[in-house]
Design a protein around this ligand. Structure first.
Ligand SMILES: *Cc1c(COP(=O)(O)O)cnc(C)c1O
Length: 445
């Protein structure tokens, strides 16, 4: 289906096979059967909507596996571990799938640690823990689980970790997350590698912090970590960052520290237009990172989130109403900003396609949800083939930071999630009911 936005191998348009020979091939049947429909792997997406309702997140296992393989291939020449960033999409089934594909995990909270312990307990030895505000309860839990590496983000956190480790008599391997002061051309909310940001410790303070850490009995200095932001599509900031990190590793080794890990963070951007080849983009990402590390003989940790799961998911939604206000046309759908906040939070532009291919005239519409906010939109002034009430639309590339950022705003239950592999589809998160939402509330006074 050239010309139609699709995301192979997960989401492609196919004309359904005609299973049995039809005795009378009426022209109506033929017309119907020849309409290409969006499939997730072998399953027509419309059948998922019928079975599980909308709004519905649909993920492709094949797409996720393929992306992990692309990462492995790109970094094959260097000792590495892919620590999938749990916050991008933390569903237990996806974590299990990723662990089976050989991934470790990057976590940013005690809650995410618990998810890894439940979904893939064997992978906890490959967990790195990032975040600027780890509480002592979270540090205790991570010490108890014997994770691989703590990415320490301040002198205060170093003290707290040392105290927890001493109290529990457990050793923690640590890296400092350094702030390389490298600008990344991305949305300001997801840029993290500048001095003005809250993340990491300044490069100039690193050596003295490492010496301080080396004196602490239950801490073992083991690595250097960075993470400069998210949705970065240019490889120059990654390469500038790794040059600074490699330089620091040499200095730290000269100071007598045993640096065995370099954690390059996540942040590889995806092409939301779907025109870029992923093997190519992860290839240039690896080419930006690996050369600086080649002769350091360290184990590289990478923490991709979005680039693994983003294009492996779509948000399926149904048109509730159409309306016209003056010369503006609105398509009102049953998903809303509580299901997918990226357009309103980051001005993100997701491609939106009709599930049943339609070559009707195109029109310019705003695709909006039912929430009482003008910020509740998925696209503005978007050219779309005319779709009627009841039609299904798929919002593409919503596997990352979609469900993960979903809320209950307007007392809307969160969508169900379905994982497709070949011709099987499993619900991996049930649709939230109103009683789920009200369970913890009390009508007091
Ligand atoms: C969010 C985050 C990631 C993942 O970023 P992506 O852009 O999804 O790849 C990795 N590491 C850290 C520390 C993060 O905060």
């Amino acid at each position: 289906m050239s010309g139609l936005p699709q995301r192979p191998p997960g989401f492609v348009y196919r004309t359904p096979e005609i299973k049995r020979v039809q005795r009378s091939s009426s022209s109506l049947q033929r017309a119907d059967n020849s309409v290409p429909r969006l499939h997730c792997e072998a399953i027509p997406i419309s059948s998922l909507a019928e079975k599980f309702g909308t709004p519905l997140y649909v993920y492709s296992a094949a797409a996720i596996r393929e992306r992990v393989l692309a990462f492995k291939a790109a970094f094959r020449e260097i000792d590495h571990t892919i620590c999938y960033s749990v916050k991008a999409n933390s569903n237990l089934s996806l974590l299990r799938l990723l662990a089976k594909a050989g991934c470790g995990f990057d976590i940013v909270s005690g809650g995410e640690l618990e998810r890894v312990l439940r979904a893939a307990p064997g992978s906890v030895k490959q967990v790195v823990f990032s975040g600027v505000g780890k509480t002592s309860a979270e540090l205790d839990a991570a010490l108890g689980a014997s994770i691989l590496l703590f990415n320490v983000e301040s002198a205060a956190e170093l003290d707290a970790l040392a105290q927890c480790a001493e109290r529990l008599k457990r050793t923690a391997q640590i890296a400092f997350r350094v702030n390389p002061d490298v600008p990344a051309d991305t949305h300001p909310y997801i840029s993290t590698g500048l001095q003005k940001h809250k993340f990491g410790v300044p490069l100039v303070d690193a050596r003295s912090l490492y010496s301080q850490a080396a004196r602490l009995k239950f801490l073992k200095v083991a690595g250097v970590s960075v993470h400069i932001g998210s949705q970065i599509t240019d490889s120059a900031p990654f390469s500038a960052t790794m040059q600074r990190v490699a330089e620091l590793v040499r200095q730290l080794r000269a100071d007598g520290h045993n640096i065995r890990f370099v954690d390059a963070g996540g942040g590889l951007g995806i092409d939301y237009c779907g025109s870029q080849d992923f093997r190519e983009s992860v290839g240039s990402y690896a080419a930006a990172i690996a050369p600086s590390l080649k002769d350091l003989k360290v184990r590289l940790l990478v923490e991709p989130g979005r680039s693994i799961v983003g294009p492996a998911g779509v948000l399926l939604t149904r048109v509730v109403y159409r309306k016209t206000n003056g010369d503006k046309k609105f398509v009102i759908v049953d998903a809303a900003m509580n299901d997918l906040i990226r357009p309103s939070l980051y001005q993100a532009e997701h491609q939106i396609v009709p599930v049943e291919f339609n070559d009707a005239n195109r029109e310019s519409v705003d695709i909006v949800g039912p929430i009482c906010e003008s910020g509740d939109f998925f696209a503005r002034d978007r050219e779309l083939p005319v779709v009627g009430e009841g039609a299904l639309l798929a919002i593409l590339d919503t596997g990352a930071y979609g469900m993960a950022l979903a809320s209950n705003y307007n007392t809307r239950g969160r969508a169900a999630e379905v994982l497709v592999s070949g011709n099987t589809a499993k619900v991996i998160r049930k649709r939230e009911t109103i009683s789920d939402l009200l369970r913890n509330e009390v009508a007091a006074l």
